[in-house]
Design a protein around this ligand. Structure first.
Ligand code: ASP
Length: 586
């Protein structure tokens, strides 16, 4: 990393360089005085090197250093010497630089928090001074990791014939999907661009254009409420291929994921298991199951609906999970679980338990209704053994499945079954094409409106829309949806029928997606693809919870950039130029 201002970086000198004359540049991490010696830890991206100054022979230099502070930028010339007390923890720990010249390149204010691995700065403060936060090893390393992952992906995709093509950021707004970020147009007053939620339609047009294999590591924008793994702008590895079936797409991306795990983690991922959406809901109560542990659901309707217990008798679904070795849970622990499922985030009305005691007897919270033989039948059905605890919920099918899914994850956490460093990849396939929304009384595309129904279901699109499955697939890692895609509609008439099923009038469909349907008239090949959430992938491969740590300049929980103080108001002159009147909408 030699430049005009330095011969080496702060991370590369060792015993092989003894007695070499070197010049280093960097930031002052720390200044220490020990007897007649002054030491500076000099830091750059590559590491830390110790500089040593002797007060006896270099009084002026030592005096000069007295005025220095943390994070000053200096250039040092000196000679590489062996250290007396070595630091085995860093690669440069055997040597130090006996410095004979210092140049101050820039002074620094004292930073508002410590630039250490464990900083004393709170979240908000570190976000405001993100450029200082990025000097800290953990944050810096996250971005270096992100870079490594993106290079690994680019190289692999290039190697298998994918072409990276940029698509526009100023596009038209579409009301489907999430909310758009919109951009007013100065040249066409009263009209707006939107920032793309994904390059979906463009990548399909690139297939019509004949590019055959496209990819792009690309920013996408969605104006949604934030969570730990969501940001208003995020990055996708977006891909599309022509002349493929669902199996081809799955094979290609399974190859990519295997390659990533091998290169980045040194882990051989075997063939990735597949589960249908219906089974994922049935056995895990989630379309993104954490398959690091079992605890599959068991339907108990037939063994629990024959007594006087109304809650079960009236329920569409009675479902249980077995928590291994938890029969000894105390009253307090069991109450804790009931409280958990009753939290508004889960929303269940209650929880029934059956303790399978070691002596072969059973104790349940519904002993009033069920005798030992009943409970034994439940245990048998659920495959529970002495020492196990069966947790049971009842209610409408899907709602109860989702609630039980939350409890399953909670039990997985409590029992330490969701182990860091262990990765379970899963394809979820055969998603329903459409999803009914009670509130608006219409169907929505489960994936997006361009997803193709399974060919054998095409005929019932109008008659039984709710029963149509799609050639759509998600890739899930440890319970997080890391990506998803589908085989697309490439036939104009089928696309028209799909818009109709979604409640679009022909005019609306033409206005919003006419460009795509027009393109389909000019020889659109069969095509399909997938997009991976790049930020999420970074976080998962690093066993981290938040994607924010892997984004150089992220937004905070309120979707604000606290460093820029954005969003912010703009001047009246700017508003006028854009033809925008600010009115009071409330
Ligand atoms: N564009 C889709 C998305 O953003 C992914 C795909 O279908 O390829 O989720």
């Amino acid at each position: 990393m030699k430049t005009s201002l330095r011969t080496h970086t702060c991370g590369e000198l060792n015993m092989q360089h003894l007695n070499e004359k070197v010049t280093l540049c960097g930031w002052i991490q720390k200044i220490r005085k020990l007897g007649g010696m002054t030491f500076i830890d000099l830091r750059d991206r590559y590491g830390i090197t110790q500089l040593a100054f002797d007060a006896a022979t270099q009084p002026e230099l030592c005096q000069q250093i007295d005025s220095f502070g943390r994070e000053w930028v200096i250039q040092v010339k000196g000679t590489v010497k062996e250290r007396y007390s070595k630091n085995k923890n860093i690669p440069t720990g055997d040597i130090e630089i006996m410095a004979d010249e210092i140049t101050v390149l820039n002074e620094s204010l004292t930073p508002p928090f410590t630039i250490e691995d464990e900083s004393d700065g709170g979240d908000e403060l570190r976000m405001r001074y993100r450029y200082l936060d990025l000097r800290r090893n953990p944050v810096k390393n996250n971005l270096l990791f992100r870079h490594k992952l993106s290079i690994t992906i680019r190289n692999y995709m290039n190697h298998i014939g994918f072409v990276e093509i940029e698509t526009p950021f100023l596009v038209g707004s579409t009301p489907e999907g999430a909310r758009d970020f919109v951009v007013p147009s100065r040249l066409s007053h009263g009209e707006f661009f939107a920032l793309p939620q994904s390059p979906q339609t463009f990548k399909q047009l690139l297939m019509v254009a004949g590019f055959d294999r496209y990819f792009q590591i690309v920013k996408c924008f969605r104006d949604e409420d934030l969570r730990a793994d969501r940001q208003p702008e995020f990055t996708q590895v977006d891909c599309e291929m022509s002349f493929v079936t669902q199996e081809d797409v799955i094979q290609i991306f399974e190859g990519l994921l295997k390659h990533i795990f091998k290169e980045i983690k040194g882990i051989e991922v075997g063939d990735i298991e597949r589960i249908t959406w219906a089974d994922a809901m049935k056995y895990y109560g989630s379309d993104k199951p954490d398959a690091r542990f079992g605890m599959r659901f068991v339907e108990l309707n037939d063994v629990l609906q024959h007594k006087e217990f109304k809650v079960f008798n009236q329920a569409e679904l009675v479902v249980g999970i077995v928590a291994k070795g938890c029969a000894s849970y105390t009253r307090k622990q069991l109450d804790g679980l009931t409280e958990f499922v009753k939290r508004p985030q889960v929303g269940a009305s209650g929880l029934v338990y059956v303790q399978c005691h070691e002596d072969g007897t059973f104790k349940s919270s519904v002993d009033k209704f069920y005798d030992q033989a009943d409970l034994q039948a439940v245990a048998k059905k659920a495959n529970a053994e002495p020492g196990d605890l069966i947790l049971i919920m009842a209610g409408p099918r899907v709602k109860t499945q989702v609630q039980m899914g939350a409890l399953r994850l909670e039990m997985g956490d409590r029992l330490g079954l969701r182990k860091k460093g262990e990765y379970k990849l899963l394809w979820v396939v055969d998603f329903p094409l459409l999803e009914w929304d009670e509130e608006t009384q219409r169907y929505y595309a489960m994936h997006h409106p361009f997803t193709a129904p399974k060919p054998e279901h095409e005929a019932i699109l109008e008659t039984k829309p709710g029963e149509v499955n799609a050639n759509a697939y998600d890739i899930v890692i440890n319970g997080t949806e890391v990506g998803g895609g589908s085989i697309r509609i490439h036939d104009k008439n089928l696309q028209k029928r799909m818009f109709k099923a979604l409640g679009f009038t022909e005019e609306e469909a033409q206005k919003q997606f006419g460009f795509l349907m027009n393109a389909f008239q000019y020889g659109a090949p069969p095509h399909g693809g997938l997009a991976l959430g790049f930020d999420r992938l970074c976080a998962i491969l690093s066993d981290a919870d938040s994607i924010r740590d892997f984004i150089a300049f992220p937004k905070n929980n309120a979707a604000r950039d606290v460093m820029l103080n954005a969003p912010s108001t703009i001047s009246d002159a700017q508003l006028k130029e854009l033809g925008i009147k600010v009115s009071e909408w409330e």
